[in-house]
Write a protein that binds this ligand. Sequence first.
Ligand code: FE
Length: 237
Amino acid sequence: MRPPPRVTITRRRLISAALAAGSMVSLGGARRALSQASGPFSLPPLPYPEDALIPVISSTTIGFHYGKHHRAYVDNLNKAVEGTDLAHKSLEDIVKATAGDPARVGVFNNAAQDWNHIFYWNSMRPNGGGAPNGAIADRVKDSFGDFATFRQEFATAAVTQFGSGWAWLVQGQDKKLRVVKTANADTPMARGLTCLLTCDVWEHAYYLDYQNRRPDYVNAWLDKLVNWDFASRQLAQ
Ligand code: FE
């Protein structure tokens, strides 16, 4: 008998954040409608409509990125964990359990890409971007000196990540915020860092809209899409 869909604490937090923003009406219905999952994991609904990020990201890009790429990671993960001891673990636990294990790199890639993409969709919102306010603004100032320095570091990480990967704002065990970049499916979460924001710099995230102009995508992402409310909710106290 198929086990019920598993929802990790992190996934639950991401989804509840989107619900709090009034962007999803029916989680259960939407999950069933969006994914005929043949395994423990399902494609969670986007926290906004596919055309909500225009003009920075087109609905065509979101349609392929979310509907094809992200869905494929979920489908492949379900196939990879079927009949294994991982089938009953949370998504976050699978990422941590398989990170750095050459024998399970396929499972890691699909699990981490599922987790990273959920985090990416929530790192953006319509009419976002610019400088943060409140407690997270103070943390950015304490860690980077000022917002402009953070912005420059993040943009540089996103633009200079060679090939496919991700730029991240993370919080370390010392509570200090840092910018890091990861290649392919790699994720700071696997190393115990608290992730606050991520920008996907795989070509599938921007090529239909920006072709080779990754810096234009990154700058527009920082100026118009960053969801600082989401980042604030991830902060460890
Ligand atoms: Fe992607």
